[in-house]
Design a protein around this ligand. Structure first.
Ligand code: HEC
Ligand SMILES: [Cu+2]
Length: 394
């Protein structure tokens, strides 16, 4: 609606953008009001108290009511702006629980995106309309900034650290994607497009985008090729902790602190293992600094995230590829599921996007690499981690 009357203004196409605009226009309105008021008063006073009529000005020495009035009114207005802005800030910072994940890597001078199903794109981002999307962003070189004006969404993209931003597109269309932080010679060329599509079109697009495997299955391959399973076997007496159900949990560290196992924590555990030592474990994990690129890091993180009962379900729902999801039972039996034809799904899949019932395995999945540990009894709670030696808090 706006661009028609006010072409200087970007389109408004997300749930946040209308709210941000409301505050913006409120501040703009106040500014215009006071600018006009001051200009008007200058004119009025200049005529009314001009020299011919008032050769000698009357001296006024303070007025308490006036001082209170012009202190409290601006304070009130400023507080309204502050409170309104703070509410919007918290909404911007906290993605809804139901948000889907998309990963973005900025590098000189392009944007690379990865969908959980493994679909990749460059300088192009496809998102569904009416669904919150949480972008997890990182830079491969210098500071960049992810900016979609139509969504009023902006977040710095920093080397070595994940940042997140979320949005929910409200209408289909193609919108500008900018790098909003000067990042070198071709900074101005670091632009792309965000295509918001109806959920059906988006599913269609995911199917057509041709991915080799979901991020989690790709991550499992990286995990195996890096030798992580030699220590993270999942067994009780393993040298490294069991990574099953790690994501989103509070981890107790050697110095008796707790850390939330989010994307940043997993990343740090891999690149700088001695930063936080898991309680009850030795500081023996080598650093993998320089051995993984950002794409592989994201894949490993998605793999670790998938090692939960719920995560597995989520993975199945977002993985629209024909390829079956990671079969934890097979991994448990020591079968290399990365070889074609060995990762058979126990439940035959009838549709590309499985419904929830299909996705639930008949028996709870056991952590990968559990081959040395005693078999879990049928029907045991999946989150009951049979690992007595571990004293982490959940
Ligand atoms: C030499 C054995 C060894 C190897 C190889 C190893 N790790 Fe570790 N890992 C450990 C140990 C021991 C800990 C716990 C102590 C610590 O936090 O450093 C750990 C901790 C972790 C944690 C934090 C776990 C928690 O419960 O908070 C993650 C995540 C992790 N490793 C991932 C990996 C990945 C991914 C790889 C392969 C790229 C890998 N590790 C390779 C031994 C190893
Ligand atoms: Cu840039």
């Amino acid at each position: 609606m706006l661009p028609q009357y006010f072409p200087l203004f970007p389109e408004s196409a997300s749930t946040m953008s209308t709210r941000v605009d409301a505050l913006y226009f409120f501040i703009l309105g106040i500014t215009i009001f006071f600018t006009m008021l001051v200009a008007l008063l200058i004119l009025v006073f200049a005529t009314k108290y001009r020299k011919e009529k008032h050769p000698v000005p009357v001296q006024i020495h303070g007025s308490i009511p006036l001082e209170i009035f012009w202190t409290l009114v601006p304070l009130g207005i400023a507080m309204v702006i502050f409170a309104w802005g703070a509410v919007l800030f918290f909404q911007e910072m906290h993605p809804p629980k139901s948000a889907m994940d998309i990963y973005g890597v900025g590098k000189q001078w392009m944007w690379k995106f990865q969908h959980p199903g493994g679909q990749r794109e460059i300088n192009n981002l496809h998102v569904p309309v009416g669904k919150a999307v949480r972008m997890t962003l990182i830079s491969q070189d210098v500071l960049h900034s992810f900016y979609v004006p139509a969504f009023r969404a902006q977040m710095d993209v920093i080397p070595g650290r994940y940042t997140t931003v979320w949005f929910e597109a409200t209408k289909p269309g193609t919108y500008h994607l900018f790098c909003n932080q000067y990042c070198g010679t071709k900074h101005s060329g670091m632009v792309g497009e965000v295509t918001a599509m109806s959920p059906d079109d988006y599913q269609e697009w995911l199917r057509g985008a041709g991915a080799f495997g979901s991020l989690a299955t790709e991550g499992q391959k990286v995990f195996a090729s890096m030798g992580c399973p030699t220590c993270h076997t999942g067994a009780d007496n393993a040298r490294g902790p069991n990574l099953y159900n790690l994501y989103g949990r509070m981890v107790r560290t050697e110095d008796n602190r707790t850390a939330l196992a989010d994307e940043g924590y997993i990343r740090e555990s891999i690149l700088n293992p001695s930063a936080k030592i898991v309680y009850g474990y030795q500081n023996i994990m080598p650093t993998f600094q320089g051995q993984l690129n950002e794409d592989e890091m994201i894949q490993i993180i998605e793999y670790v995230k998938s090692l939960t009962y719920n995560g597995q379900l989520l993975q199945l729902q977002t993985n629209t590829q024909q390829e079956p999801p990671v079969n934890l039972n097979k991994i448990q039996q020591g079968i290399d599921v990365t070889k074609p034809g060995t990762n058979q799904n126990p439940v035959p899949r009838t549709s590309a996007v499985p419904v929830q019932e299909e996705a639930v395995p008949a028996t709870p999945s056991t952590p990968p690499g559990k081959q040395n540990a005693p078999k879990q009894p049928r029907g045991a709670a999946p989150q009951a981690k049979p690992n007595g030696s571990q004293v982490e808090q959940r």
